[in-house]
Design a protein around this ligand. Sequence first.
Ligand SMILES: [Zn+2]
Length: 264
Amino acid sequence: MSQALTIEKFTSSEGGSWSNAYLVSGPKEALLFDVFMLRPDTEDLVSKIKATGKTLTHLFISHAHPDHFMGSEVIVEHFPDVKVVSTPNVIGDLNAAGPPILSMLQSKLGPNGPKKLIVPDEIAASKLTVEGEEIEIVEFREGESRHFATLNIPALKSHLASDLVYNEAHCYLAEKRPDAWLDRLNELETFSNGRIHTAYPGHGEPDVPAKLIQKTRDYLTAFQSALGLGDGRAVEQEMLSKFPDYHAKQFLTVFTIPAYFPAK
Ligand SMILES: [Zn+2]
């Protein structure tokens, strides 16, 4: 049975935050986990999904950050029968954060930006199926974002962990919760232990959970100690020199540093 599902990773452009979307496919049907922010990135994703020949049944949104949900309208345009779903907590976050993010991105991105906000429908059950294969919905509380709806696929010992873990990308800390995020990593470690072979991050390559958890921990603790420098530019330089090759640099320079060190 475990061969019945496959997971394919798609990655957006660097300007679209180098975020991941995952297609979980059976022989005929597929579920999309997250979507991209920029219209051209999502159009490209649509062509790749169409090329698989599978019927897209669901778009599952993991959390209320635009690099994971904002392209939903493009998916719905091309796959009008798709069910866009998430958990009540993530939908609550989207209802609160979505409208201001939409208008900010509309003015910033122009034609590459979103036209409207798609709010997912509430998924009542704690499980989904793709062609009879069970997928568990596992929610985590605040960390990088306020809530995370993740998907655990027992038959593949795989966990679509979204932004609970990053791999070789600057962590988005504009919501200023590194402590809570570290707590979530501890929970994720307990959850994964003996259960998960491969964790699929929101940014970067999939790997064994222990590696992704450690890399994310290392970044968060390095950031916490860099904060001791007390100056935005110094913190930014310290993080860039510690993690010179990390992607999504804008998370650090455009979002995190200004959130911690607002311009006077
Ligand atoms: Zn993200």
